[in-house]
Design a protein around this ligand. Sequence first.
Ligand code: FAD
Ligand code: UDP
Length: 407
Amino acid sequence: MNFKDYDMIVVGSGFAGATVAQICAANKGENVLVIEKRGHVAGNCYDEYDKHGIMIHKYGPHIFHTNSKEVHDYLSNFTQWYDYSHEVVAKVGDEYLPVPFNLNTLREVYGEKKSEELRGKLIEKYGYATKVPILELRKSDDPEICAIAEFVYENIFLKYTMKQWGQKPEEIDPAVTGRVPVLISDDNRYFQDLYQGMPLEGYTKLVENMLKNETITTVLNTDVKDIMMLKDGKVLINWSRISLENVLEGAATLDLDGATDEYVPFEGQFIFTGPTDELLDLKYGRLPYRTLRFDFEYIDEPEYQPRAVVNYTVSEDFTRITEFKKLTGQDTPGTTIMREYPMSYEAKDGQIPYYAIMNEKNNANYRQYADEIAKYPNVFLLGRLAEYKYYNIDAIVLKAMELAETL
Ligand code: FAD
Ligand code: UDP
């Protein structure tokens, strides 16, 4: 496709970018160019087989879960699912306790007799199958419920949150710890969503299938900042700076015939799913993020731990260990595990900003960037980085579907 024929440029090939590109191409017949900085598609959901043949998630464990039939049906066009319900345990001393803290955890901690009494009390107060954020439970005026809340706070939340965010649970946005509320039920699953599972052939394959369209061209290994600039309300692109070697095979090609070494206006829609502060050259300062270091280890044993994810909520420097074969049900002689070490994002080489640190100050800082971008009528910010939000896969797919409809 000749570069002059693109109706839309999408920066980033994670779920945000892939969804907008796919819908605009397939439903609206638009010609879409996807530009991706990394050497692969699927963003942080990228997975691959390691040298031992085990499917690993390079940027942290990803489990798909949603209550949205619309999102589930949409993604099911591109994958079949491995039926997996995620369960997590916390290693506390020598014990593995179900997380989120639920009525089974209560029994393990308090024993049969005492837990029966407390169970009745919790159900009476909050109702069965309800979810109570830990910061809410701590406010209870019942001393026994307060004692449970203190146990959960100390043994599940405090140290894990200190490792993950460098702050105490009460110092961070309550929505964050609210993602893992105390569950007044016997359900050991981490998510209670109607649909959950893993893409049968992996997330990378799923996203590749989304982008396999005769009007989508994907270019890898290309930082959009090296080929574009924003000026006076206009998106300017220097097409000659795109290297044809980086065009992903299997979909539309790219024809740069007629491109010269100059910045020319791009009048189509420009969807950006990377960090918004970088798009504007950090002019209002760098937005704060947390990053992670992932340490992989292969173990020559069939199994390492009792669940796919074990959270280390009171000990160790890492937050959790993932054992990948337990996510995908792979049957292999050995096993690959990964430890996650959170730290402050310094924009050092190779570091990736994973988690926006949402608070009043940082959100206001983000607003400055978003307001500036609003002066560019054909630029749209979408995604976990671009919107400085804590989106799950389903939420960002839904947001992208909505944006694609309105464009
Ligand atoms: P990303 O996946 O980050 O994609 C953005 C893309 O833009 C990247 O590929 C990036 O390389 C590219 N890009 C950035 N800047 C540029 C540039 N200048 N030029 C070109 N390309 C650029 N969600 C769940 O639902 N379930 C889970 O279990 C789950 N686990 C998670 C675990 C971790 C450790 C993390 C960090 C997140 C997890 N999530 C999970 C959230 C999930 O990763 C996000 O919802 C999803 O990846 C968001 O997609 P996105 O497209 O917005 O962002
Ligand atoms: N959390 C915790 N202990 C746990 C699990 C979660 O303290 O065992 C807190 C922690 O602050 C974490 C937040 O709850 O950042 C949200 O957890 P979630 O598992 O949703 O985080 P993610 O998978 O997105 O990293």
